[in-house]
Design a protein around this ligand. Structure first.
Ligand code: ADP
Length: 399
């Protein structure tokens, strides 16, 4: 079967067509600037070059139409017709407390996703548009929703509650939800396979480190705690997001800088993090380039990230009463030996020892970087959220 995986944002749409038997990516691409002047689609068939085409995309309907056209194009296409697309899997950011697993999308599910719009106002409405347009242009093709938050629905209340009046939690649904669930689920399953052990027998800390970063404690294959919270702002310092900060510091800064709640939210999400502290960049590579030129604030930024990740690993080992493996994934986790090496330095008390020379050689490939005598195994595992969405979609429509 061929599964079209769609990640629909407010002005962009990423796609992959995946063959579910071979798990090969037949084609992938990106529509940019939807609803804005200068919109274009970049399409890449398997084994072929990227082709960028400027196409007017005033709405998402034209974007999905452009994707279908590319996929079925005589030259750069990979299927003969729409009939060869068997199902669509959508990445959906927020499933609130309503979705603990992936589901076939019908009218009731769409309504439930809409009910979560308030919790992810930038993402969920765009995800819904993607679903509606696919239903319009590919009538009869089953669609499945895969939620970033679903994997974390196994967290116990003591982990997800904030210390606010219980009635306010009930009224406003303010609690920890957690994100990157698809990634944490994918890499923990891959780890279990690589270690040849059942997920039920593993206590794992999964570190997804990218522009957005989250760290998850996984016990018996289930998320029991995670660093991101009500929104993806919480947890470790990120590219442009502050990470955890005392709520009173937020109200204090808002008063001092005369910022409205929306302006404060934009400040914390877009002007803080690596960018804000280093004054150099939101990009990990540029932070390390600046460190190599002696930049002290870049050094501080890198030190903060490594220190915070260490704290999460230690606290999650404490709540799980043990630790079998640590996973590094995401753009930084897969590629930055500096971050991995820094986190795993002086961690022998916790039973973590890595091969620092080997660590330096690992970039974007699956590898065990712990030493043979390390009690805890440390792995680099490239994430693949699209593949997990395709797998879920296949499993659900085959039922
Ligand atoms: P997103 O959260 O947007 O999906 P990614 O997972 O792609 O982000 O991660 C982006 C981050 O990964 C950036 O900070 C980037 O500098 C870092 N990164 C990517 N490649 C490398 C590399 N080769 N070495 C170090 N850091 C890298």
């Amino acid at each position: 079967m061929n599964i079209l995986v769609i990640n629909c944002g407010s002005s962009s749409l990423k796609y992959q067509l995946i063959n579910s038997e071979s798990e090969e990516v037949l084609a992938k691409g990106l529509c940019e600037r939807i609803g804005i002047d200068g919109s274009c689609i970049t399409h890449q068939p398997k084994g072929g070059e990227k082709v960028k085409t400027e196409i007017a995309m005033p709405t998402h309907t034209q974007a999905v139409a452009a994707v279908i056209e590319k996929l079925t194009d005589e030259k750069v296409g990979v299927v003969k017709s729409l009939a060869e697309i068997d199902a669509v899997g959508h990445r959906i950011v927020h499933g609130g407390e309503k979705f603990a697993s992936s589901v076939v999308i019908d009218a009731e599910v769409m309504k439930a996703i809409e009910d979560c719009n308030d919790l992810a106002p930038l993402h969920n409405p765009a995800n819904l548009i993607g679903i509606r347009v696919c239903a319009e242009l590919m009538p009869g093709v089953p669609q499945v929703g895969v939620f970033d938050t679903a994997f974390h629905q196994t967290m116990p209340p003591k982990a997800y509650m904030y210390g606010i009046p219980y009635g306010d939690y009930e009224k406003y649904h303010v609690r920890k939800y957690g994100f990157h669930g698809t990634s944490h689920r994918f890499v923990s399953a891959a780890l279990s396979k690589a270690m040849g052990k059942d997920l039920k027998d593993l206590k794992i800390v999964s570190c997804h480190l990218g522009n957005g970063s989250s760290i998850t404690a996984i016990e018996n294959g289930k998320s029991i705690d995670t660093s991101m919270g009500f929104t993806p702002l919480d947890g470790v310092i990120m590219g442009t997001r502050s990470g955890a900060i005392d709520a009173s510091a937020v109200t204090y800064l808002a008063k001092k800088m005369n910022l409205s709640p929306d302006e404060m939210s934009s400040y914390l999400n877009k002007q803080c993090g690596f960018l804000g502290v280093s004054d150099v960049s939101s990009d990990n590579r540029e932070i390390y380039a600046a460190i190599n030129n002696g930049d002290e604030k870049a050094q501080l930024t890198a030190d903060m990230l490594r220190y915070e990740i260490k704290k999460y690993i230690g606290s999650y080992a404490a709540v799980m009463n043990g630790l079998d493996a640590v996973i590094f994934t995401g753009g930084i986790g897969e590629n930055s030996w500096e971050v991995r090496g820094g986190v795993c330095t002086n961690m022998d008390y916790l039973g973590i020892k890595i091969d620092f020379e080997l660590n330096k050689t690992i970039r974007g490939t699956q590898a065990k970087i712990s030493t043979p005598d390390s009690k805890v195994e440390v792995w680099v595992i490239p994430t693949n959220e699209e593949l997990l969405i395709a797998r879920d979609t296949l499993a659900i429509i085959s039922k």
